[in-house]
Every structure is written in structure tokens, then in C-alpha cells.
Design a protein around this ligand. Structure first.
Ligand code: FES
Length: 111
């Protein structure tokens, strides 16, 4: 198994560092430490995972990913690339989404 299991009793050292993990289905593509304020795309680059981008401003939806676990900050007013329907299906935009803690991201959009 390459992915660490979160259910096997977290050790104290694991809980000190938040981790952003990138998946495609059940396959772990890469992971990196959380850097406060960095976007999902920036974390993906650190993890060696490529998420396609275009506008990099939340408008086009090219960078849409699926939040599997954890919290990613959303702007109060959703950008043009996201709507309530998509948010309910755990869609987030990699170019503007900022992970807040341990998160698992599926690099594919939810729809
Ligand atoms: S690259 Fe266009 S919404 Fe993220």
C-alpha cells in the first residue's frame, strides 16, 4: 500500500503537519505539506502533480477538482467558474482554492 491509512491511529508526529494529497480515484498521485495561503494548484506543483489551468482567476473552470476530504476555502461570492450546484458536489477550483488543513483532492472534476 502506498497511501497511508488515516484510520490506523495517528501518531503524534503525523498530526503536527497538515498534508495535501492528490488522487485520481483510489490512486495516490502525490502529496505535499500544507503551505498556508497557497492554492491547490501550487500545492499540486509541489507534489509533482499537474492540474491544467487557463485563466488562473476562477473564471473558466479548467482547473476544477473534487474535494474528497478536508476543507478548502471558498470566496463569499462564488466566481464564474463555480456555482452552488457544483460546490454541493464538492467541486473546487484549483487556481483559487486554498486548502485549510489536511485535504484529499481528486484531480478530476465531480461531473
Ligand atoms: S484556471 Fe480558470 S478557473 Fe482555474
Amino acid at each position: 500500500m502506498s497511501a497511508k491509512s488515516g484510520s490506523e491511529g495517528d501518531s503524534s508526529s503525523d498530526s503536527l503537519v497538515a498534508v495535501v494529497r492528490f488522487l485520481q480515484g483510489a490512486k495516490l498521485l502525490g502529496q505535499t505539506r500544507l503551505v498556508a495561503g497557497d492554492t491547490i494548484v501550487e500545492h499540486a506543483e509541489s507534489a509533482g502533480v499537474r492540474i491544467p489551468t487557463n485563466c488562473t482567476s476562477g473564471t473558466c473552470g479548467t482547473c476544477m477538482v473534487t474535494l474528497v476530504e478536508g476543507n478548502v476555502d471558498l470566496p463569499e461570492i462564488l466566481p464564474p467558474g463555480l456555482d452552488d450546484y457544483l460546490v454541493e458536489r464538492c467541486a473546487r477550483l484549483g487556481c483559487i482554492g486554498v486548502p485549510l488543513d489536511d485535504v484529499d483532492i481528486d484531480i478530476r472534476p465531480p461531473l
